[in-house]
Design a protein around this ligand. Structure first.
Ligand code: GLC
Length: 566
C-alpha cells in the first residue's frame, strides 16, 4: 500500500484511554495508581492497542479529578511519584506502546503557585496569568460556567476587589493566553514532558483558550448555548500555530484536541497539515446526538435515530477525506459507557451490541479511541442516590437544581443515563472483592456485574468472550490497512436498523454491516456484487448459514459482519 501518502503511527495506532483513578490500586487507598498501570502493561499490550492516553496524573487537589492542576511538572501523590512515572514510560517503551498525556491549559487549579500569586495584588507579576475584571467596572458581562453552583463563570475575590474567570469550577481559574509569558510557560512544560519521552498530548478544551480580553456581551444568537462562542476566540488559531512552532513541531508526537463548539465548517482549520496546528480533534456532534439541543448534560426526549448517527460519521469522514485526520470514539471519561448508550446492555443484547460497536470503531477511517473496560463490555452503573455520585459536575448541578426548585427526581433520572460517573467505576479485573481493583473500599462503587462475567479473568481464557472478539478485531484492523486508510462509502443511507458501508482502496473492498437494532434484519444487496464475498469476521455465528454471500444478508440483533469483496 505504498500509494498511501502520509502514513503516520498515530493514524494506524489504536488508542486505549485509562482513567488512572479507576484502573488498579496497588497501595490500598482505594484509588488507582501508576504502579497499578505498570502491573497491567502486559494485559494492555495483549489487547492489540498501541497508544495509551492517560487522564491527568499531575499534582492536583482533585476538585475535578486531576483536571485542576496545581503543578504541571509533578505527579499527584495519590498516584505515585516521578520515579513511578519514569518506570511506566520505560515499561511502555519496552513493549512498543506509546504514551499520550492530558494537557489541561485552558485553566489551572486555584492552588497553583501562579494563581496564588495572581490573586495577591493587582500588580503581582503573575496577575496577568489569569483573567481579572476589576469590580469598579461594575458586574462583568455574563459568562456561563459548566460546574459552578450558580452557573456563573465570574467569581468575586475580595483581596483585590476583582472577579476572576472560571469556565469550569471556582477552583479552575482560566489561564490568560493573551499573556506571552503564560504561553511560554505552557510550551516549556509541554517540552519538559516531550524531553522525557512522552509521545503526545490530548488537549483538554483546547478550543476555549482564546478569549477577547474586553469581554464583550455575548451576542444574542448564543443565548442558551455558549459553547460555540467559547470556541470562537479571536486568536485561537494563532496560539495553536505558535504551540506547533514552539513545541509540537519539534518532536515526533501526536496531538488531539478536545474541541467542543467546533463544527464541520471549521474542522480543517485545526487539522489541515499545511496549517501546522493539531493532528486530530474530538468533535461533539455524536456526543450531543442524544442530548437536548444546546444542552451538554440533559438527555433529549425520544431516541436518537440511526440515520442521524450515520450522518454524523459520514459528514466527518468526508471532511477529512483528503486533508487532516479524524478521531473515532463512542465514550470517554465524560460520557456514559458506549454499549449502554449506543448499544443495549440488557442480558439479551449485551454481547452482540458491545462487539458490534467495537467492530464499528475498528472498521472506520480515523484513529479509534477505546476507553478502559470497553474491551470487556463494562456498562453504566446508574446510581440512583446523589450520595453515590463523586463527580463535581453532578454534585454541583444537583445543588443548582435544588436551589432553582427543580425536580430532583428528574435530575437523578437523567444522571442515571447521562452522568460521567457511569464511566468512572473501577476496572473489573476478576470476581474477587471489589473486582480485583482494590482491597479496601474504592473511591467510587464497583459495578455489581463484575459478579456476572464482566471481568478480564472471566473472559481471558474464553475464545468466545467479548474480550477475545476485541483482540481479533484489533488484529483484523492491523492486517488490513484499507480499514485504516481506505475510502468510506455509505450504503443503505436511510435504513434505520442497519449501518452498512464499504471501505475501499484500489482493488481491495470490504463490506461492513452492523445491525444497530434489537430486531432481525434482512437486506437485499444490490449496490455491490456480494456473491463472491468472503466473511472475515462476525460477532455471531448462530446464523452461519445465512452468512454465506448471496443476494441478500440476514443479520441477527446487533450482529456485525465484515466481508472482503472480490
Ligand atoms: C474536559 C475534560 C473534563 C473536565 C473539563 C474541565 O471536558 O474532559 O473531564 O472536567 O474539561 O477540565
Amino acid at each position: 500500500m505504498k500509494e498511501i501518502l502520509n502514513r503516520q503511527w498515530w493514524k494506524e495506532g489504536i488508542v486505549y484511554q485509562i482513567y488512572p483513578r479507576s484502573f488498579q490500586d496497588t497501595t490500598g487507598n482505594g484509588v488507582g495508581d501508576i504502579k497499578g498501570i505498570i502491573q497491567r502493561l502486559d494485559y494492555i499490550k495483549s489487547l492489540g492497542v498501541d497508544i495509551i492516553w492517560l487522564n491527568p496524573i499531575y499534582q492536583s487537589p482533585n476538585d475535578d479529578n486531576g483536571y485542576d492542576i496545581s503543578d504541571y511538572r509533578n505527579i499527584m501523590a495519590e498516584f505515585g511519584t516521578m520515579e513511578d512515572f519514569d518506570s511506566l514510560l520505560e515499561g511502555m517503551k519496552t513493549r512498543g506502546l506509546k504514551l499520550v498525556m492530558d494537557l489541561v491549559v485552558n485553566h489551572s487549579s486555584d492552588e497553583h503557585y501562579w494563581f496564588q500569586e495572581s490573586r495577591k495584588s493587582r500588580d503581582n507579576p503573575y496577575r496577568d496569568y489569569y483573567h481579572w475584571w476589576p469590580a469598579e467596572k461594575g458586574t462583568p458581562p455574563k459568562r456561563w460556567s459548566y460546574f459552578d453552583v450558580d452557573a456563573n463563570a465570574w467569581k468575586y475575590d475580595a483581596t483585590t476587589d476583582a472577579y476572576y474567570l472560571h469556565y469550569f469550577s471556582v477552583k479552575q481559574p482560566d489561564l490568560n493566553w493573551e499573556n506571552p509569558k503564560l504561553r511560554q510557560e505552557v510550551y516549556s512544560l509541554m517540552n519538559f514532558w516531550f524531553e522525557k519521552g512522552v509521545d503526545g498530548f490530548r488537549m483538554d478544551v483546547i478550543s476555549f483558550i482564546s478569549k477577547d480580553p474586553n469581554f464583550p456581551e455575548i451576542p444574542e444568537k448564543y443565548n442558551g448555548n455558549y459553547v460555540p462562542f467559547y470556541a470562537a476566540g479571536p486568536r485561537l488559531h494563532e496560539f495553536l500555530h505558535e504551540m506547533h512552532t514552539e513545541s509540537l513541531g519539534k518532536y515526533d508526537v501526536m496531538s488531539v484536541g478536545e474541541a467542543p463548539g467546533v463544527f464541520l465548517e471549521d474542522a480543517l482549520n485545526f487539522v489541515n497539515e499545511d496549517r501546522e496546528e493539531l493532528n486530530m480533534f474530538f468533535h461533539f456532534d455524536l456526543m450531543s446526538l442524544d442530548r437536548k439541543e444546546g444542552e451538554v448534560f440533559w438527555m433529549r426526549d425520544g431516541n436518537w435515530k440511526l440515520s442521524e448517527f450515520k450522518k454524523v460519521h459520514s459528514n466527518w469522514d468526508e471532511v477529512f477525506a483528503k486533508k487532516g485526520w479524524g478521531s473515532m470514539f463512542l465514550s470517554n471519561h465524560d460520557f456514559p459507557r458506549s454499549n449502554s448508550r449506543w448499544g443495549n446492555d440488557s442480558a439479551a443484547h449485551w454481547y452482540n451490541s458491545t462487539t458490534m460497536l467495537q467492530t464499528f470503531l475498528l472498521s472506520m477511517r480515523g484513529t479509534p479511541y477505546f476507553y478502559y473496560g470497553d474491551e470487556i463490555g463494562m456498562t453504566n452503573i446508574r446510581f440512583d442516590k446523589i450520595e453515590d455520585y463523586r463527580d463535581i459536575n453532578t454534585i454541583n448541578r444537583y445543588e443548582l437544581a435544588k436551589n432553582n426548585g427543580e425536580s430532583l427526581e428528574d435530575f437523578i433520572a437523567n444522571e442515571k443515563e447521562a452522568s460521567r460517573d457511569n464511566a468512572r467505576t473501577p476496572m473489573q479485573w476478576d470476581s474477587s472483592n471489589h473486582a480485583g481493583f482494590t482491597e479496601v473500599t474504592p473511591w467510587i462503587k464497583v459495578n455489581k456485574n463484575y459478579q456476572e462475567g464482566i471481568t478480564v479473568a472471566d473472559q481471558e481464557g474464553d475464545k468466545d468472550s467479548v474480550l477475545s472478539y476485541f483482540k481479533r478485531m484489533t488484529q483484523l484492523r492491523k492486517d488490513h490497512l484499507t480499514l485504516v486508510y481506505g475510502d468510506y462509502t455509505l450504503l443503505q443511507e436511510t435504513n434505520e436498523q442497519v449501518y452498512m458501508y464499504l471501505r475501499t482502496w484500489n482493488k481491495e473492498r470490504y463490506l461492513v454491516a452492523l445491525n444497530f437494532s434489537t430486531k432481525f434484519s434482512r437486506i437485499e444487496i444490490d449496490e455491490v456484487s456480494f456473491e463472491k464475498g468472503r466473511l472475515l469476521i462476525s460477532n455471531d455465528m448462530d446464523n452461519a448459514e445465512s452468512l454465506i454471500p448471496g443476494t441478500f444478508l440476514e443479520l441477527q440483533p446487533y450482529q456485525a459482519v465484515i466481508y472482503s469483496l472480490e
